[in-house]
Design a protein around this ligand. Structure first.
Ligand SMILES: O=C[C@H](O)[C@H](O)[C@H](O)COP(=O)(O)O
Length: 232
């Protein structure tokens, strides 16, 4: 069911895509539907170019025929469309469950607008049930870990930190050759303060908190598709 909702959200978001647009193309299981449906539109004559937010998405775009560009060739994009792990009423997001948060944030920040696509389960009152992904430099990991423990404890972390591993037990390495530490908060009461404090740690490359970036969320569920906008 949730796959159907993800596909419905992706299809509805494509209504915001016009001919000639430069797109940021997200990563994750919801974004897979987006890329497949976009490929069908391109085959039917839509002219767009896209910057993929991961190597995975780049490969899928190539497979389904979505033309790609880079932020070097095309530094300003019209619209980024991407999934999320959690969306709060102010449209602050947790992203990075798939490990692509850094490229996703760079691409979203280079876009005039960002639309989030999700099934209803991603919409929450308060962020934090989903462990917050934090992308860190491998160099100095021990020191970064201690600093993260201190900051996260100050902001009420309930569940502790975990270095993300692959199924084979090796460390998960991002497209940018960094590690991911997942912080299990349970509930984040000061989202903006936490983000600022985490980003002040030198070994932290980026956090999975997307604040003030998304302008709309296209959410699909049992009741159909709804378009959400940030609550003031
Ligand atoms: O790093 C991955 C991304 O932030 C994804 O967009 C996010 O994890 C949502 O993924 P999914 O659509 O698979 O739930």
């Amino acid at each position: 069911m949730s796959e159907e909702f993800k596909r419905e959200a992706a299809a509805a978001a494509l209504e915001f895509v016009n001919d000639g647009m430069k797109l940021g193309i997200g990563t994750g299981s919801t974004a897979v539907h987006l890329v497949e449906l976009l490929g069908q539109k391109v085959a039917a004559g839509l002219t767009v170019v896209g910057v993929p937010t991961s190597e995975r998405t780049a490969r899928l775009c190539e497979k389904v025929g979505v033309p790609l560009t880079t932020l070097e060739e095309t530094p300003q994009l019209d619209l980024a469309i991407d999934g999320a792990d959690e969306i709060d009423p102010q449209m602050r997001l947790i992203k990075g469950g798939g490990g692509s948060l850094l490229r996703e944030k760079i691409v979203a920040a280079a876009s005039k607008n960002m639309i989030v696509i999700a099934d209803q389960s991603k919409v929450v009152e308060t962020l934090g049930a989903f462990p917050l992904p934090i992308e860190v430099m491998p160099f100095g990991l021990g020191a970064t870990w201690v600093a993260l423990e201190n900051v996260c404890a100050r902001f009420g972390m309930q569940g502790g930190l975990a270095l993300r591993k692959k199924a084979d037990g090796e460390n998960f390495v991002t497209d940018g050759q960094h590690f991911i530490i997942d912080a299990s908060f349970g509930r984040i009461s000061d989202v903006d303060g936490l983000d600022m404090a985490l980003r002040a740690i030198p070994g932290v490359v980026e956090t999975g908190l997307f604040i003030g970036i998304a302008s709309k969320a296209v959410v699909a569920g049992k009741e159909g598709v709804v378009i959400l906008e940030p609550r003031a």
